[in-house]
Write a protein that binds this ligand. Sequence first.
Ligand SMILES: [Zn+2]
Ligand SMILES: [Zn+2]
Length: 166
Amino acid sequence: MYNSFMDLLVYFLNDLRQKALVKYNLKIKTAVKINLKGSRLIGQCIKEGRKSYIIRLHAKLLKNYRARYIKDVLTHEFAHAVQMELFNKSRPHGREWKSVMEGLSGVLYKKTNIDYCLKNDRTLKTYRYRCSCQEHFITSIRHNKIIRGDSIYKCKKCGQILKFAQ
Ligand SMILES: [Zn+2]
Ligand SMILES: [Zn+2]
């Protein structure tokens, strides 16, 4: 499922590494982990060792925004890695980081105007159903199928057809 945008991710990352080498004479090792969840961070760059960094990306945003997210967030986080190598002390999104962003992207830095939507990422609404042995919680997608008469769901334990319990 990830195949095509994983390829894109590898492509972008190699491109950034190449630019860091050409522009800053830096050989940076980066491991990308797609393991951010929830609504706190859309990306993260962690120093792991000398010239070695872990870039954490958000699984859901990667899936939903693909190339846009990779381009924006991977560049942003990779710029932090370059910044940390070049400058001992510098603010996370200050002058030095911006100059690296411009160096890597080749264009003047502009704050991204994409509002990556994490706040609307609520869990799906569920509906309560019953059989003779227990309560079941069904997603709105399944619930709508039942209402339309497209699907019937049976309890795996007792075999009874599930009934909407309000
Ligand atoms: Zn940042
Ligand atoms: Zn049952």
